[in-house]
Design a binder for this molecule. Sequence first.
Ligand SMILES: [Zn+2]
Length: 555
Amino acid sequence: MKNLSSVFLVSALIILLAACQPEQEASSASADKITADLILSNGKIVSVDEAFSIHDTIVVSEGRIVELGDASLLDKYDAATVRDLGGKTLIPGFIDSHTHIRGRPQRYIELSEVSSIAEMQDLIRAKAAELGEGEWITGYGWSEDELAEGRKPLRGDLDIAAPNNPITFTRAGGHSAVVSTSALELANITDETPDPEGGVFERDENGVANGIIRERQGIVGRLVPDSTYDELIASLEINLGDLLAKGITSITDASKRPGEYAMWEELYAKPGVKLPRSAIQFQWFDPEGIADVKARVGDGNEFLKIGPIKVFADGGFTGPAAFTKEPYLNQGDYRGYLNMPEEELVAHINEIHDAGWQMGIHAIGDAAIELVVDTLADALTRNPREDHRTYLNHFSMRPSDETMEKMAEHGIHITQQPNFTYTLEGRYVANLDGWRLEHNNPVRSPMDHGIHVAISSDILPIGPLVGIYAAVTRKGMSGRVFGTDEAITIQEAIQGYTIKGAFLGFEEDLKGSLEPGKLADMIVLSSDILTIDPEEIMDIEIEQTYVGGELVYQN
Ligand SMILES: [Zn+2]
């Protein structure tokens, strides 16, 4: 019995050991591997680090990048999700450092894709039928350059479609609007009403108001009844979420009122929302307003925070109201204008600077740019501030070399919209000529002066690939090429839309490139943007978008 049982035990032990051997090997090898959340491999991973290094594999854990390298990382790490990129290009998510996103009410019509006044009228008829007579209809995004009729829509065009609905349609760029007769009546604007301060009621040759209001369309807009909170927050979630399909993983939203922040906070606190990261730029109104908001700086997290203060120096070329040194083309001595009296603007900039704020200052015309730079240089000389990172937004006209030298010296940066060269081509050709037309939206010359230039969209349109295309080709919508001495390379344009945008938000150590320790915000492209024919840049599709290592968009 004893012998038999010993033999049995020994045999059982041998069988057990034999069976266990391979399993042990596997489990000991697996124990050697480091556990991660996500591995993307077999890609062309463009890190946008200092050296613009390119890798095969990226490893992510807890929303952050752990390591980049070759395929051997698959032997080092184990992850719940391992994806084969199939050779596709992966770059950091786009950072749009100047845009405007908001929730839209039910009465709103999106006009940015409208290609004729006739189509606009069809949309008005449908909306009026949905809302009923007398209800306000609003819209945003039309441009006479994209309308088949080749002109601005006028009040008569709106009246035909819905004579009994007050309508206000803001032009793309937000510097003018067309309103219907019913809206003019509700605002008590007649042919005799003088132009508002800082704005224009356009009139025809007989002095009759044609419905176009420049710069002060808020006179009508403020009559539009408030939308419900639920309506707006639901729409905000959709509009922000749509950015992920464009490859945008971070934005700076310009010119919100402090009161609007609560809705964003509520939205970002909602469990399970898939949104890009946002910094909110509040518009300067008054010293108390600044103090209220400043008390909250440092609030927020990696998804939502308060950004710089927004100041408006002048208007834009869609009005047109950009403040220029020389008169506009064929418009007498018209040079546009400042958004407020010069002394007031200078005082505001000094006050905000002294309060310790970073500023993002809207300056489009060369006269506005030079005034703002001189003012900032004086403020910084009087009261130096380390690493203030105040920047000019737009910078649509090239100022003097002396101005750019001052900017480099004082660390005054830029967020630029090369996409304007594409979409606003018609406005530049109508208002500018010669050297200043050729150098619209300069990127190369400020960069060569040592100025930090980020690239953003200002939602004209929102897709980053339009800006990259125009920055590289210097082409307008018609195919016309503007001063190629302002062109930059595809690599520089990608940096402008990623790491340079992160820098303006004091976040260059957190995002904007794919490096260990940084947030895993990244996008997979349908083609290799580094080697593609520049003419095909706008055809590239965003295949996947990751925010913090989470797949939030899949084409
Ligand atoms: Zn803007």
